[in-house]
Design a protein around this ligand. Structure first.
Ligand code: LRH
Ligand code: MN
Ligand code: MN
Length: 400
């Protein structure tokens, strides 16, 4: 094993300094639904103090930002986060020190969508699904959000159930109608997933399908990569590199999976994979806040406490990012050019094996943030306060 990162003198300290600058600018967007109760089809456990409405979800999300300084936006899911006055909700977010991030549409919890939404064989249902997305664009206008995130549960359970190709045509047409209504500066982000709730065929199963639709739509359409939405063994960092090359990686939905779409804490199941993903991001200089890549979480906390779960998620992303920033790119390029297989691999592993926690403490202290956000939140009394104040919280979304 080489020890490049630890021993290459001034260049190592330059990398450290550059890493601190980049980490300071990094932001991670939180999902409102991470703060409500969630579960599996077997049981939804409730947590004391869980939010009773979207306002309280935002207040909880703001705690994550308060202790980490790295989570200044909250994604909403419509209609889970439906309120009478979205301007008021955005003002509440601003009062709490955060902003509204992506608006997620939801065309999967209405009986009309049994056979799909934008791909449904019935034109009435397709028109209803388009209308919902136009309503989401209005929510974006009222909240200052720029990203419309589209994930469709559309798909088939049985071969022959519907015409695979016709469904793609309907999808293209529905997306075209939605895209036509985007304001300048708005983006349509199309998320893919290879299975569930449909099990034979999904209408946007993979990054290639999403990318083809985005390319047909135009420059304001980009792909969302949810780390839980691939077949086991998929090389996700390759997908990241490919979408970045095409200039169409709009956002991540970060989470961890062991088996399916587990929605567990990012970096918990496979921190090395998260490092490899962030390595491709750094390699492409896509960490910059103006790179167009929105780093979002899409997680549910079924048995663990929610705010600490989100804090752990943010710090996990920061740790993987810090390691990626410490990769000695010159040494790596030299080893790669020389065909030094193990040397190149060693450079990467050196960075991965670096304990970056002291660097992150330095980062936080320089910003006047607690060195340990997790412990600082635990000692803040917020969890006890909301448990005493709030009664009758809601489920995260599935059915709320
Ligand atoms: C679908 C998904 C999509 C939804 C979210 C709740 O599995 O990842 O992003 O909006 O879960
Ligand atoms: Mn997702
Ligand atoms: Mn998912």
């Amino acid at each position: 094993m080489t020890t490049t990162t630890a021993t290459s003198g001034s260049s190592a300290s330059n990398r450290r300094d550059a890493a601190l600058v980049a980490l300071r600018a990094q932001t991670i967007e939180l999902p409102s639904w991470a703060f409500g109760n969630s579960g599996t089809r077997f049981k939804v456990f409730s947590t004391p103090g869980v939010p009773r409405d979207p306002y309280e979800k935002i207040s909880d999300a703001a705690q994550v930002h308060r202790f980490t300084g790295a989570a200044p936006r909250v994604s909403l899911h419509i209609p889970w986060d439906l309120v009478d006055d979205f301007g008021k909700l955005a003002a509440h977010a601003a009062d709490e020190g955060v902003a509204i991030g992506a608006i997620n549409s939801n065309v999967f919890q209405d009986d009309d969508y049994r056979l799909g939404s934008l791909c449904n064989p019935d034109p009435r249902v397709r028109a209803k699904a388009v209308r919902h997305h136009l309503d989401c664009l209005d929510v974006m206008r009222q909240t200052g959000s720029r990203d419309l995130k589209v994930w469709l549960a559309d798909g088939l359970n049985y071969p022959g159930q519907d015409d695979l190709r016709a469904r793609q045509d309907r999808l293209a047409e529905g997306l075209r109608q939605i895209y036509a209504e985007l304001d300048p500066g708005m983006r349509l982000l199309l998320e893919y997933k290879f299975f569930e709730p449909a099990f034979y065929a999904t209408d946007v199963p993979d990054w290639g399908t999403s990318l083809l639709h985005c390319l047909a739509l135009g420059p304001q359409a980009e792909v969302v990569l949810d780390t839980g939405h691939h077949a086991p063994g998929t090389n996700i960092e390759f997908v990241v590199a490919q979408l970045l090359r095409a200039g169409r990686l709009g956002a991540f939905d970060f989470n961890s999976r062991f088996y399916a779409d587990d929605d567990l804490i990012v970096g918990a199941a496979d921190p090395f994979q998260l490092f490899r993903i962030m390595n491709e991001i750094v390699r492409a200089d896509a960490l910059r806040p103006d790179s167009g890549v929105n780093f979002m979480l899409d997680q549910c906390h079924n048995i663990e406490p929610k705010i600490p779960g989100q804090i752990r998620s943010v710090t996990n992303v920061q740790e993987a990012t810090a390691k990626a920033l410490l990769v000695d790119r010159e040494a790596l390029a030299a080893a790669q050019a020389a065909g030094d297989v193990l040397g190149a691999n060693g450079v990467l592993m050196d960075a991965y094996n670096t304990d970056v926690r002291p660097l992150l403490v330095e980062l936080r202290e320089a910003q006047g943030l607690p060195a340990d956000p997790y412990a600082a939140y635990a000692g803040s009394g917020y969890a006890e306060r909301i448990a005493a104040d709030r009664v009758g919280g809601h489920q995260a979304g599935w059915g709320a």
